[in-house]
Design a protein around this ligand. Structure first.
Ligand SMILES: NC(=O)c1ccc[n+]([C@@H]2O[C@H](COP(=O)([O-])OP(=O)(O)OC[C@H]3O[C@@H](n4cnc5c(N)ncnc54)[C@H](OP(=O)(O)O)[C@@H]3O)[C@@H](O)[C@H]2O)c1
Length: 267
């Protein structure tokens, strides 16, 4: 992938640094990237133009995309500082959880605004990001923002921004559900007689390995499940419990809906 565009990244925390490293890995030249972060903790790759404050930054041309990767509570202070790029061809991509497109439109009145919801596996390039935008986005901007987020995993677009709450409830918060499943499996292993250490090791590897299988095989997940379930066997006995009427699907529906409702409330 080659980039001719210039990117201005605001915030070099966990998500900002994952993005930057992803862009460089995907072939973006470091000198086409500028970063603003007042308290830089992670190491900055060589050649990237880093400043503590936007006042200290001189760019030869307007950035193609300004990426907001700061905490949602910092946005009131941060976004107005980039109004100078409104009324230009700059696109604004925000990954701040819960902040709607309308929030940015109140400050950046002319801009193409793209809202993204990544998740934590993005930190190792294995995330999934859902993007949506206002109708000022051009097809080139859409392609570029897709590329930018693809550098840390998969990308999906949605047209209806209201669905971002459900996205947050599923893939945004989802890694925590999977981590908790590991905890639950490990605890169950201890109940069944294993040592805590061995049970945790088995649970971690089982979930990680199954995740890798999912990634590698494009077969339906139900087939993967059926492949390890012989009739009358141990897995079948276990799935009778897990897939029963008060089973995992019911529990997961309640879980995702609770997170979706909370996301709506916070927005
Ligand atoms: N991490 C995730 O898994 C995840 C998932 C989905 C969405 N997100 C979203 O991604 C955004 C960033 O999250 P994160 O986990 O990367 O947070 P983070 O690690 O706290 O990173 C935010 C960075 O922005 C810096 N910052 C604060 N004020 C600034 C300013 N005025 N100008 C430039 N930079 C400034 C912060 O510095 P200080 O730390 O010194 O304040 C910090 O380095 C959040 O809005 C979050 O909702 C994150």
């Amino acid at each position: 992938m080659t980039y001719r565009e210039s990117i201005l990244l605001i915030g070099f925390g966990r998500m900002g640094s994952a993005l930057l490293h992803g862009w460089i890995k995907e072939g973006m030249t470091p000198d086409s990237i500028s970063v603003i972060d007042p308290f830089l903790e992670s190491e900055m790759p060589e050649g990237v133009n880093h400043r503590k404050d936007i006042c200290e930054l001189t760019l030869t041309s307007n950035p193609t995309v300004v990426v907001f990767a700061v905490k949602p509570q910092s946005l009131d202070e941060v976004v107005p500082l980039y109004k100078q790029y409104d009324e230009t061809n700059t696109a604004f991509l925000s990954i701040a959880a819960g902040k709607p497109i309308s929030y940015f439109e109140k400050i950046l009145k002319q801009g193409a605004i793209i809202r993204g919801m990544p998740n934590t596996p993005a930190s190792i390039g294995q995330g999934i990001t859902v993007l949506c935008s206002n109708n000022r986005i051009s097809s080139d901007q859409k392609i570029l923002c897709t590329k930018l987020m693809k550098s840390v995993g998969e990308v999906e677009w949605i047209d209806n921004e209201k669905l971002m709450d459900a996205v947050t409830g599923l893939s945004g918060s989802g890694p925590a559900y999977v981590f908790h499943m590991v905890e639950a499996m490990a605890e169950a292993g201890v109940e069944a007689g294993l040592s805590a250490e061995l049970a945790m090791s088995l649970a971690r590897s089982t979930v990680a390995g199954s995740g890798a299988l999912l990634k590698e095989n494009n077969v339906p997940v139900s087939i993967l499940r059926e492949n390890v379930t012989s009739p009358g066997g141990t897995t079948a006995a276990a799935l009778e419990v897990l897939m029963g009427t008060r089973g995992l699907t019911q529990l997961m529906c309640e879980t995702v809906i609770r997170a979706t409702e909370r996301s709506k409330k916070l927005a």
